[in-house]
Design a protein around this ligand. Sequence first.
Ligand code: AMP
Length: 399
Amino acid sequence: MNYNKKSIEDIEVAGKRVLCRCDFNVPTKEGKITSDKRIKAAMPTIEYLVNKGAKVILCSHMGKPKGEWKPELSLKVVAERISELLGKEVIMANDVAGEDSKAKAAAMQNGDVMLLENTRYIKGETKNDPELSKALADLADIFVNDAFGTAHRAHSSTAGVADYLPAVSGYLVQKEVSIMGKALANPERPFVAILGGAKVSDKLNVINNLLEKVDTLIIGGGMAYTFMAAQGYSVGKSLVDNEKLDYCKEMMAKAQAKGVNLLLPVDTAIAESFPSPIDAEIPVAYCDCTEIPADQMGLDIGPKACEAFAAAAKSAKTVVWNGPMGVFENPTLAKGTIAVAQALADSDAVTIVGGGDSAAACEQLGFADKITHISTGGGASLEFLEGLELPGIACLQDK
Ligand code: AMP
């Protein structure tokens, strides 16, 4: 896939109506936004368009209203927040691309900003319905995609609309694509990838694709026990995906054939059962992964593995990390995940953290400033690592 895409700086936007897809899927509680991180992430693009004198028509989804007009998922609160950040009024449309949006779009002056209602209020959105794509396109002259978090979805507002308008990336999408695209296509070596999370089956294609590119692949988290079982070790009551044992063998053979250093944890935190509730205090012991007792389960990487993984991350020039090393929701079982986050923060390498749990861990630990790039897209960044074409990026004009 070509990641060399045109951005807002490569197209004349002054005086034009610009439909800009953002990720305003912010968490709310009792009608109030509890984190405006995603809104702030979109501000550089919005400010650029306003300063250039475009008529800026913003759109996004929020939650999963599934075609129903659910008032608690209205974007009105987002319009208010953008208005505060921008220091100017944001016009709120009462529909997605209906009569109200059309009338308000027609009345916009250069530099005005309008926000459409939740795109998922319309059933056709997630079906990439051409009728909705066309209606959205009719509001504008140019389409800007700045929603990396939904770039792996082919929906009307993320990809379909680009069938009818010249389409370019916003700053956020541009940053995601250039950093992650370069890391995968032309990484500074040694290139180390660290994968964790619960199941091997969720990361099959990621493992396969990364083995084509990396010098070292580190596997921790629940996934690691299936790899150990595939090597013939008994892993007690640890999470094992029995249907994926052959796959793991295949991947280990592939790593060997390609000269990739495949690192599995040498030791593990063990407990009698999974903590319930997940953050409950439980007795935890440590043992080598070759000696897990039959009545115990592995729930985090052990101290030797922490050291080995951290050393690999520190000696790398590029590190990509996706997925926790253990049941990080539990403070006693978060040590492996914290050690990896710390190693990335301490590393001089280009460090890239995929979205979701690992991104949240880095932010909660206060390491965000020490990581080169924390992706804003969980699912999207994973599909990126799989080497898949993301519809919301593929639809943009090549440079
Ligand atoms: P994923 O959604 O695949 O990224 O996996 C994240 C989840 O994996 C987290 O909720 C962790 O609690 C869980 N997890 C990590 N390590 C283990 C493990 N050793 N056993 C069971 N679950 C785990």
